[in-house]
Design a binder for this molecule. Structure first.
Ligand code: 13P
Length: 252
């Protein structure tokens, strides 16, 4: 029996951008996608402060909203932190964890990312677990080794294709305008697929693997055509509906 094709996901990570005025973009996006038959799922991850309102302005559309990181605990004395349950309560169906900006700026380890991904699963949401090598690691020929270690260290053993998405984001490609070649993307994604199959069995063959790092309307089709790429995790180009839709168009 051949497995069903994997439905792609195009996710926008707004990072620390957007106040109430930015809600015009998801509103616009929902209007642009009205009546369009998409061959992918679409997710917008705005800052938590406008998550609920972003969901409200896209009401009636199929676009989902997600959170950007969460605490590993469900509740407690953690000033300033947000739990997966809180994000769920605000309307999130997915949560990004292990983003390289968290791993670098907040010194998050694989073990912490693993605990956060488990918290997302406990809340009944889907974890988008980010992995990726630095430029130094790539230059040293360590890319695949780094990806293996990050998968082993930060993807929960009980993950399945429904509650887990892996995003390959080479650190050096984030916000730089630089992207790996299609062959390099295919090599990394095919390696990630093999590691997920080792760790998760059949579920690993169905788990979505997104590419992230300087995805734009002009390069999306080529990046998305690489083997084992099941969608995109988009930063800067997800902030404007007109740009984001240019990437979503890859799957129209
Ligand atoms: P850019 O698309 O701005 O390079 O950001 C990628 C990213 O970090 C998405 O999580």
């Amino acid at each position: 029996m051949t497995a069903a094709p994997i439905r792609a996901l195009v996710a926008g990570n707004w990072k620390m951008n957007g106040t109430t005025a930015a809600l015009r973009e998801p509103r616009l996006l929902a209007a642009m996608l009205k009546g369009v038959k998409l061959k992918c799922d679409v997710l917008v991850c705005p800052p938590a402060t406008i998550l609920r309102r972003a969901k409200a302005v896209m009401k009636g559309s199929k676009i989902r909203v997600g959170g950007q990181d969460c605490h590993a605990a469900a509740s407690g004395a953690h000033t300033g932190d947000i739990s997966a349950d809180m994000l769920k309560d605000a309307g999130a169906s997915m949560v990004i964890v292990g983003h390289s900006e968290r791993r670098t700026n907040h010194k998050e380890t694989d073990a912490e990312v693993l605990a956060k991904a488990k918290a997302v699963h406990r809340a009944g949401l889907t974890a988008i677990i980010c992995i990726g090598e630095t430029l130094e690691e790539r230059k040293a020929g360590k890319t695949l080794e780094v990806l293996t270690a990050q998968i082993k260290g930060s993807v929960p053993a009980e993950s399945n294709a429904g509650n887990t998405v892996v995003a390959y984001e080479p650190v050096w490609a984030i916000g730089t305008g630089l992207t790996p070649t299609t062959a390099e993307v295919a090599e990394a994604h095919t390696h990630i697929r093999a590691e997920l199959e080792k760790a998760m069995g059949a579920e690993g063959s169905q788990t979505r693997i997104l590419y992230g790092g300087s995805v734009k309307p002009s390069n999306a089709a080529e990046l998305m055509s690489a083997a084992n790429v099941n969608g995109a995790l988009v930063g800067g180009a997800s902030l404007k509906a007109a740009d984001f839709i240019g990437i979503i168009k890859t799957y129209m």
